[in-house]
Design a protein around this ligand. Structure first.
Ligand code: ZN
Length: 141
C-alpha cells in the first residue's frame, strides 16, 4: 500500500518509520496508555510527562505497520509542549484530514500532513488514527 502513496508523502512516512522520532519508554511519565488496532496488528504505548498543564515529553513504543509507527513518531513529536486542549484541536484536524475535509488552517500539522494520502485507503486510516486515539484516551484519564 505504501508504494501507492504519493511520492512526497511516502518519503516522509518511510523516514519516520525507519528512523522514528520520540521512540522509547519514558521514565517518570505521568501518563502511560496503550492501544491496538487488531485489524492490522498494530500496537502502541504512549508515555507523556505533564508540567504546568502542558505536555512536556512524549514518547512511544510499539510495533506494527509503517503507517502506524510513522504516525506515532509524527504525533509524539507534534504534541510536545501543547496543552490537552491544543492536542484535542490537533486531533480534530487529523480526523478531518482522514475524512477528506480541509483541516483548520491555523493548526500546524507538521509532518502529520503527510498522512493525508492514507485516506485513500480506508482500512489504513485505523493504522494512522491509533496514535491519536490512544493519546486522546490517555488525556481523558
Ligand atoms: Zn497498520
Amino acid at each position: 500500500m505504501i508504494d501507492q502513496l504519493d511520492e512526497l508523502y511516502r518519503e516522509v512516512i518511510l523516514d519516520h518509520f525507519k528512523n522514528p522520532h520520540r521512540k522509547g519508554e519514558l521514565a517518570g511519565a505521568q501518563i502511560k496508555v496503550d492501544g491496538a488496532n487488531p485489524l492490522c496488528g498494530d500496537e502502541l504505548t504512549f508515555y507523556l510527562t505533564m508540567s504546568n498543564g502542558t505536555i512536556g515529553q512524549a514518547r512511544f513504543t510499539g510495533k506494527g505497520c509503517a503507517i502506524s509507527q510513522a504516525a506515532a513518531s509524527m504525533f509524539a513529536e507534534q504534541i510536545e509542549g501543547k496543552t490537552p486542549a491544543e492536542v484535542t484541536r490537533l486531533i480534530e484536524a487529523m480526523k478531518a484530514l482522514m475524512q477528506g475535509h480541509e483541516p483548520d488552517p491555523s493548526i500546524d500539522l507538521g509532518d502529520l500532513e503527510s498522512l493525508a494520502g492514507v485516506r485513500k485507503f480506508p482500512v489504513r486510516v485505523k493504522c494512522a488514527a491509533l496514535s491519536w486515539n490512544v493519546v486522546e484516551q490517555g488525556l481523558r484519564g
